[in-house]
Design a protein around this ligand. Structure first.
Ligand SMILES: Cc1cc2nc3c(=O)[nH]c(=O)nc-3n(C[C@H](O)[C@H](O)[C@H](O)COP(=O)(O)OP(=O)(O)OC[C@H]3O[C@@H](n4cnc5c(N)ncnc54)[C@H](O)[C@@H]3O)c2cc1C
Length: 345
């Protein structure tokens, strides 16, 4: 029986894959993708499946499952910890180890599901930290040139939920990622007001790494943002939409109390969750299918059990339309959509 993408993704939707290859070594990973490319047959790289929405008809492709493991560490008091992590390592295990070892820089990224190799793709971020701040280099296999290529951080094109790897979809297979972390039992300065409040400290202060990790995990659990088989609010891809980055002129049209975070001179980021709620979409909102807005966070679209991809996308289209009708802003999906699409907004 063929494997369904619903069994490989955290939203638990998606039809069958033509074939699934499990790659446990880097050599197997590269050859699975290279062989498929050479044969002109599509290969879809899947790791944790936590940022992927696949159509109900499935994919006429070889799904290559990234299951490579390995962490190597060089640490000294001058350069800090240089931690090189294989693509298939679960991200939260890397964070847990960093906190236990006293390596600062990723503590606020606790509880994010998925693999280490996917983190550079959308420059994973949460609670005031992004991986771009600590990535030293990303080693890849370039599927177009058919060679390995290593990118130093400055060449990765990192931006808000973006990178050169995401802008050139499918071209770069991430093999491993090297992080440079500060040796310290205390965190980087806490930048996120909600996190600072829950730590009982001020924005800009540092706190013990362990306490930051625990506080982040508690905040995330309350929002359904830590995977839990028993909790349908976590059967999602996390945030379904990115926070819109607006030109100053467009940002000026937002209501006065809308959140505004300066990005650069010309742009302002606002909150997609705020827009959704203010457009009248309540938590738990549904179109009568098993897909619903999370009851804990308005930015997560969830599968209550038995939802199809079409159900999720119809809900996403409805949310997006209401935000557009209210604010004139088109929300962009955060996950990768394969074999399915959101109707134009
Ligand atoms: C409950 C929940 C909470 C979340 N919270 C956050 C959050 O706070 N912040 C955040 O940024 N994200 C968050 N996410 C999204 C997701 O966890 C991250 O984007 C994660 O990095 C995806 O990793 P993955 O291994 O699951 O990728 P997958 O879903 O397997 O793949 C996602 C994309 O990356 C590609 N890909 C995967 N591995 C590789 C590789 N080695 N080389 C090249 N391409 C690859 C795939 O082809 C696909 O296009 C959340 C998701 C969930 C379900």
């Amino acid at each position: 029986m063929s494997t369904r993408l619903a069994d490989l993704t955290t939203l638990r939707v998606g039809g069958p894959a033509r074939e699934v290859v499990v790659a446990e070594t880097e050599a197997d990973l590269v050859s699975a993708v290279r062989d498929a490319d050479a044969a002109g047959s599509p290969a879809l790289v899947v790791a944790g499946g936590s940022n992927l929405v696949v159509g109900d008809a499935g994919v006429d492709a070889t799904v290559v499952l990234v299951r490579t493991r390995g962490v190597s560490v060089e640490a000294d008091s001058c350069a800090g910890a240089w931690v090189t992590v294989a693509a298939g390592e679960p991200w939260d295990e890397v964070v847990a180890r960093a906190v236990a070892e006293g390596w600062a820089g990723v503590e606020a990224l606790s509880g994010i599901p998925g693999s280490c190799g996917a983190t550079p793709l959308q420059n994973v971020g949460a609670y005031g930290q992004e991986v771009a701040e600590v990535i030293a280099r990303v080693r890849t296999y370039d599927r177009v040139a058919g060679v390995q290529r290593t990118f130093m951080a400055a060449d990765c094109g990192f931006g808000y939920r973006s990178s050169r790897f995401k802008s050139d979809p499918g071209r770069y297979l991430v093999l491993d990622v090297a992080f440079q972390l500060r040796l310290s039992p205390t965190s980087e300065p806490v930048r996120y007001a909600e996190l600072a409040r829950s730590l009982g400290t001020d924005v800009g202060s540092r706190a013990p790494l362990v306490e930051v990790r625990e506080a982040v995990l508690a905040l995330r659990r309350a929002k359904g943002m830590v995977l839990d088989d028993a909790d349908h609010d976590t059967w999602s891809v996390g945030s379904f939409f990115t926070n819109p980055v607006l030109a100053q002129a467009q940002a000026r049209l937002l209501p006065e109390d809308a959140p505004r975070y300066p990005v650069d001179d010309g742009h302002v980021k606002t909150s997609a969750a705020w827009l959704i709620e203010r457009a009248g979409v309540g938590r738990g909102h549904t179109l009568g299918t098993a897909a619903s807005v999370s009851t804990k966070h308005s930015l997560a679209l969830t599968n209550g059990g038995g939802a199809s991809t079409a159900d999720v996308l119809a809900l996403a289209a409805d949310v997006r339309e209401r935000v557009r009708d209210t604010f004139g802003i088109g929300l962009e999906p955060e996950p990768t959509l394969v074999g399915c699409a959101l109707p134009a907004c």
